[in-house]
Structure formats: structure tokens, C-alpha cells
Design a binder for this molecule. Structure first.
Ligand SMILES: Nc1c(C(=O)O)ncn1[C@@H]1O[C@H](COP(=O)(O)O)[C@@H](O)[C@H]1O
Length: 160
């Protein structure tokens, strides 16, 4: 598998399944996991340490609230980690965003936006990394971009 999607909880899945759907669309191979840094610290550390041996190229890590999961994965691997801040009821995801975007120098998490745009952009970002060595994925990305451009152009027809 090229990409690992790791979530802090199964409750993140309704948001994160769109990340998985987009990876499928780009024909990027991926696996999905629930591994909480807080609730499963040993498993989280083990996963981070083994990720490179497992041949993953990118890790997408989604978590809400005190979202330490992406940072702790990043601390345990040199693979690129894309962080998705999951929207929360209490603070609308600002808590998730700030806990992953403000990483200390030396241990980056490539943090995307809160919510649907971020969940999709994480998949696109991961696919862009995979496309560097995979012409099929590169083609899928180009097609996606061209369709997006065409849809934006066509939306002019809807203006009155
Ligand atoms: N932020 C973390 C971590 C972590 O960072 O280790 N583990 C779970 N969570 C988050 O807690 C929220 C509520 O989880 P539950 O619904 O399971 O109580 C989820 O958004 C999850 O990502």
C-alpha cells in the first residue's frame, strides 16, 4: 500500500471516508486504521516506526480535539504526514487545527483545512506525492484538475 489513513477514532470515519473515496478515484492504494495516540500509545508508536518498512510513502492522519495523533506519528517516522483536523462540536475544529498545525520546528505535519475541503485536499496532496513515481496516478490527477477547471468554466452558464 502507498498510503496509510490513520484516524483517532471510528467516529472520524464519516468525515474521512471522502479521503478514501478520492484516493480510490486516483487509483492510489491505501489502508485504513483506527490508532489513537492517547488511547493506544504503544500501537501508535509501533505503527509509526514500522510504516517505512511496510512500504508506505505517505501517512494521512485525521483527529479531532486534542489532536496529537498526527504529530506523534510524525515523531515516529520520517515519512511525510498529512494532518486532517476533524471538525468538533465544542470548538468547530479550531482545537484540532491548532494542535496539529503548530508543530515544533523539526517535526512537520502538513496540515490541511478543517472539514470537507481538508479531507479532500489530504487525498489530493498524498496522490501528488505518489504521482511523482507513478504515471497512472499522475494521469488521474491531471484528469481531475481538467474536469475541475471545466466545471468552473461551465458554471458561468448558470449565471443569470
Ligand atoms: N485526537 C484524538 C486522539 C489522539 O490524538 O490520539 N485519539 C482520539 N482522538 C479524537 O477524539 C475524538 C473523539 O473520539 P471518540 O468519538 O472516540 O470519543 C475523535 O475526533 C478522535 O480523532
Amino acid at each position: 500500500m502507498d498510503v496509510a489513513i490513520v484516524m483517532g477514532s471510528i467516529s472520524d470515519w464519516p468525515n474521512i471516508k471522502q479521503t478514501a473515496s478520492l484516493l480510490e478515484k486516483f487509483e492510489v492504494s491505501f489502508s485504513t486504521h483506527v490508532i489513537s495516540a492517547h488511547r493506544m500509545p504503544d500501537q501508535l508508536q509501533e505503527f509509526g516506526k514500522q510504516a517505512k518498512h511496510e512500504q508506505y510513502k505517505v501517512i494521512i492522519a485525521a483527529a479531532g480535539g486534542a489532536a496529537h495523533l498526527p504529530g506523534m506519528l510524525a515523531a515516529n517516522t520520517t515519512l511525510p504526514v498529512v494532518g486532517i483536523p476533524v471538525k468538533t462540536k465544542a470548538l468547530n475544529g479550531m482545537d484540532s487545527l491548532l494542535s496539529m498545525v503548530q508543530m515544533p520546528s523539526g517535526v512537520p505535519v502538513a496540515t490541511v483545512a478543517i472539514g470537507d475541503a481538508g479531507a479532500k485536499n489530504a487525498a489530493i496532496l498524498a496522490a501528488q506525492v505518489i504521482a511523482l513515481n507513478n504515471p497512472k496516478v499522475e494521469k488521474s490527477l491531471e484528469k481531475f484538475r481538467n474536469n475541475q477547471t471545466q466545471e468552473a468554466i461551465n458554471s458561468n452558464d448558470k449565471l443569470e
